[in-house]
Design a binder for this molecule. Structure first.
Ligand code: NAP
Length: 304
């Protein structure tokens, strides 16, 4: 995958002649690191499909830029001036952006993190599609819905935060938060309570007897990204009727948590579907078109 720098907007002929009114519309993802991102593959596959029925998107492309957080403001302004219509933000930009723009969809504002920027009349508007992506992936991959379910989230970082607010807003039956460090756990729990929802908090170490029967367990930590990682929980101590969703994914191995959960008869999947559906939702926000989630998921699977 080609990784671009913001200076390439001036240097490369594909961008240098563009103005704020140029066509076709372009799209991008910002991250650091970004070289392993699978988003350009799945977004470009969807844009090519879209162009078959709408010539406005003929030649539209989605690019990956490596951007330092200290350059984020300049970077979003530069893309605005070249008629980029949508930007995805990944680590470490999702929270940094909250201090840079001030127009946010209420859900992104509540979470305090944003992964999608839409070109608006006078600047960028921020959204967060992670919760939606998670919900679709859980429904399709595990056959479960958040409404009226007991939800257990492991982690208290940005992804856990998005998940916790999303499942709360979807009227889950109960929410249990587990985290390694106490401080982050309490901060998230306080924010959830300030927003008018309820949750229980425990350390990961004391988790096994705190997990309600039949719950949906969501791992929102990076544990499992490395092939050598141990499973995030001791699944031998957890009842078989839970469903387990692992946000990490890998195109080289089955995550250790999914492998372990399955070996104890637990319904479990990794985060590839979430990646596809959060991206599908972003593209739909940018283009006002249907979602290309299945196509994106297939593209990811084919490249795994
Ligand atoms: P983050 O803000 O850095 O938060 C990481 C969380 O994981 C923190 O709660 C941290 O606990 C915990 N953690 C990290 N290493 C740990 C360890 N060795 N043992 C126990 N807990 C540990 O990261 P994030 O943005 O929330 O993302 C978390 C993961 O979710 C990412 O690695 C990514 O793979 C995945 N993700 C996937 C998708 C998708 O589309 N599938 C989308 C978003 C995120 P402490 O508070 O104790 O440090």
């Amino acid at each position: 995958m080609q990784v671009l720098k913001i200076q390439d907007l001036q240097n490369l002929p594909e961008f240098s002649g563009r103005t704020s009114e140029s066509s076709p519309p372009f799209f991008a993802v910002f991250g650091k690191p970004i070289n392993h991102s699978l988003s350009p593959k799945m977004q470009n596959a969807a844009l090519a499909e879209m162009a078959k029925t709408d010539s406005f998107y003929n030649g539209s492309k989605y690019f990956a830029f490596e951007v330092d957080p200290s350059d984020l403001k300049v970077a979003i302004e530069s893309l605005y001036s070249k008629n980029f219509v949508g930007i995805n933000l990944t680590i470490p930009h999702k929270e940094v952006i909250m201090g840079i723009i001030d127009d946010f969809d209420p859900h992104a504002k509540l979470i305090g993190a944003c992964n999608t920027l839409l070109r608006a009349k006078n600047g960028w508007k921020g959204y967060n599609t992670d919760g939606f992506g998670l919900e679709r992936a859980v429904e399709i991959g595990l056959g479960r819905k958040f409404e009226n379910s007991d939800i257990v989230i492991i982690g208290a970082g940005g992804a856990a935060r998005a998940a916790a607010f999303y499942v709360s807003a979807k009227n889950c039956k109960s929410l249990t938060l587990l985290n390694r460090s106490k401080e982050r756990l309490i901060n998230l729990a306080n924010d959830i309570k300030d927003a008018g929802y309820n949750c229980n908090t425990y350390s990961i170490a004391e988790a096994s007897d705190k997990i309600p029967q039949g719950s949906i367990i969501i791992n929102a930590t990076p544990i499992g990204l490395k092939e050598t990682d141990s499973p995030v929980l001791d699944f031998s101590k957890i009842s078989q009727d839970v469903a387990f969703f692992d946000m990490p994914y890998s195109n080289t191995h089955i995550t250790s948590s999914v492998q372990s959960a399955k070996s104890f008869g637990i319904n479990a999947i990794d985060g590839l579907g979430m990646l596809a559906w959060q991206g599908a939702k972003s593209l739909s926000i940018w283009t006002n078109k249907e979602m290309f989630g299945e196509l994106m998921y297939r593209t990811l699977k084919d490249n795994a």
